[in-house]
Design a protein around this ligand. Structure first.
Ligand SMILES: [Zn+2]
Length: 175
């Protein structure tokens, strides 16, 4: 696993030398990124790219990020591996300033003396927000054998529950 320092360096964007105007950058997001974040550890595999369009203005930076890639997880329905595409765009305004400012999801403030953006945590948020709530195959692609077994187990489980349901214990005392 890569050290945090190395990862941070991988997602740095030095902007102080850039001219006013629009600039494009690409940041490959590899397995070491996914392994770094605990909340992403349920992903078996991950591969993505963050395409950044940075507009430098005199008082602010406008950051448009397209996160595109694919992640592999166990399917929530059948447990086999399933690959899910992610594709999402995010906008962030980064204004220069020194006064009190409360950062929001849409706008943050950095010092006018800063010369680079550190994007690791931001990209983590973007990737996390791009993940669906459930990971499943299209129904016909699920492992039919596993689904069949699960269905059988479910029936058995229900039967067992009925037999030992404590709500019926009271009936025994009526005899
Ligand atoms: Zn499945």
């Amino acid at each position: 696993m890569k050290k945090l320092k190395q990862l941070n360096r991988q997602f740095e964007l030095p902007f102080s030398g850039l001219k006013i105007g629009v600039h494009q950058f690409e940041f490959p997001i590899d397995q070491s990124f996914f392994e770094h974040f605990e909340a992403l550890s349920f992903l078996t595999k991950g591969e993505a790219i963050a395409k950044v369009e940075l507009e430098k203005r005199s008082t602010m930076l406008l950051l448009k990020t397209l996160v595109k890639g694919k992640v592999t997880t166990p399917c929530d329905r059948c447990g086999d591996e399933v690959t899910t595409k992610i594709n999402n765009e995010f906008n962030l305004i980064i204004k220069f300033g020194e006064g009190d400012f409360e950062d929001t999801d849409e706008m943050i403030q950095i010092s006018a003396l800063d010369h680079k953006l550190e994007l690791l945590e931001l990209f983590y948020e973007y990737v996390y927000l791009s993940l669906p709530l459930r990971f499943t195959h299209k129904k016909s692609n699920c492992n039919a054998e596993v689904l069949q077994k699960l269905e059988e187990l479910r029936v058995e489980e229900i039967e067992k529950e009925e037999k030992t349901d404590p709500r019926w214990d009271v009936l025994k005392n009526l005899k």
